[in-house]
Design a binder for this molecule. Structure first.
Ligand SMILES: C[S@@+](CC[C@H](N)C(=O)[O-])C[C@H]1O[C@@H](n2cnc3c(N)ncnc32)[C@H](O)[C@@H]1O
Length: 264
């Protein structure tokens, strides 16, 4: 299995710094537009009991609450959960996605956004999400396909090496393209999908700017590019942005599925 970092207490994710970084990256306007399109896919949410599994710092959970959903946000990282708990309309519960402390059918809607790419067994996690959603309820699964990462820099070899190293550092770097199959294997019924291109930049209030330390560090730890190569890449990203290129573009997939109605 690929993937550099575990999750939960003590992992790379579990620090106040990581929660702040991810929170700022997810609040950036380039990502906010994608989040709203993903939430649109679910349909009306007012009054719906909704669980956000792998909620991170709670940006997606808060956006669900802003649509009128009653939101329970779950994460295995105490630091991420502390950030989520501070958001309006969000009830935070520490738990692992593989074993949720809720009764069968407790929710109308479950969301798993940018979490399946980190778990060992995405189908088991989706089965557990489906268990806590009532028959006829909805499950939203959204993830990136990191093999689509296109850096608009001059050095194509450097761009390709970086993208492959970043994708390979994930447990499931191509999660986005597998979502539909994982949902079917978990016994869910896919309804509709939406893919969006995340175009970002290394400066200003942008997803990539806020997350660059993590993006750079991930590839540095992989050993596939050294610090000098990453300095060169950083310079070329800035240069590309200044010349009007799209320095960073990657596809984020989202699928809405239904929990089957119980047959008579
Ligand atoms: C990229 S963040 C997701 C952010 C959030 N879903 C959003 O879209 O705003 C990934 C989160 O998944 C959590 N996570 C990963 N594996 C998990 C598991 N097995 N159980 C619960 N949370 C998990 C991590 O702790 C991290 O906070």
């Amino acid at each position: 299995m690929r993937g550099e970092a575990g999750t939960g207490p003590g992992s790379l994710w579990d620090s106040a710094d990581a929660a702040e970084r991810v929170g700022r990256a997810y609040e950036a306007p380039d990502l906010a537009a994608i989040r709203e399109a993903q939430i649109d896919l679910i349909g009306p949410l007012a009054g719906e009991q909704t669980i956000d599994i792998g909620c991170g710092p709670g940006v997606f959970a808060a956006a669900l609450a802003a649509r009128g959903a009653a939101v329970t946000a779950v994460d295995s990282s105490p630091a991420m959960l502390a950030a989520a708990a501070a958001r309006d309309g969000v009830t935070a519960v520490e738990a692992d996605a593989t074993s949720l402390p809720f009764a069968d059918g407790a929710f109308d809607v479950a969301c798993l956004v940018q979490v399946l790419e980190y778990v060992a067994d995405p189908v088991a996690v989706l089965r557990e999400a489906a268990r806590v959603v009532r028959p006829g309820g909805r499950v939203l699964a959204a993830d990136t396909d990191w093999d689509t990462l296109a850096l608009g820099i001059d050095d194509l070899d450097l761009a390709r090496t970086y993208a492959a190293a970043f994708a390979d550092a994930k447990v499931h770097g191509q999660a986005g393209r597998h979502l539909r199959r994982w949902l079917v294997e978990a016994g869910l019924q896919p309804v509709r999908s939406r893919a969006r291109l995340l175009e970002s930049a290394p400066a200003g209030d942008a997803f990539l700017a806020h997350n660059w330390s993590y993006f750079r560090g991930t590839v540095e730890r992989s050993g596939r590019l050294d610090a000098a190569a990453l300095d060169r890449l950083e310079g070329q990203l800035a240069d590309a942005a200044e010349r009007g290129a799209v320095p960073f573009a990657v596809v984020r997939h989202a699928w809405l599925a239904r929990v089957p109605e119980v047959s008579a």
